[in-house]
Design a protein around this ligand. Structure first.
Ligand SMILES: [Zn+2]
Length: 86
């Protein structure tokens, strides 16, 4: 599955390390290795950017879910109040 033109050692294990890097699960030595590789390898760098983008989108959609729930609960209260006022 490796079509990397950089260091030539990109494979699934390498990508796994990038995910671990994003999770903050790597040692300083591993982080240096990954950073060096990302700088030299457009393919992995692109994959890394994409993963970052996906993660930030997931984070954003999670924080937007809360106001939606709040809105629904407010609407429920309005609907439950209305008959009393009528
Ligand atoms: Zn690579």
């Amino acid at each position: 599955m490796s079509n990397c033109q950089g260091l030539g050692d990109c494979d699934d294990a390498r990508m796994q390390r990038i995910y671990e890097y994003l999770d903050g699960a790597l040692t300083k030595k591993d982080i240096t290795e990954i950073k060096d590789h990302l700088a030299d390898c457009p393919e992995c760098s692109e994959e890394y950017d994409l993963e970052c983008l996906i993660r930030s989108m997931v984070k954003r959609s999670c924080t937007e879910a809360a106001p939606e729930n709040l809105k629904n609960s407010i609407l429920d209260r309005i609907h439950s109040i209305k008959p009393v006022e009528a």
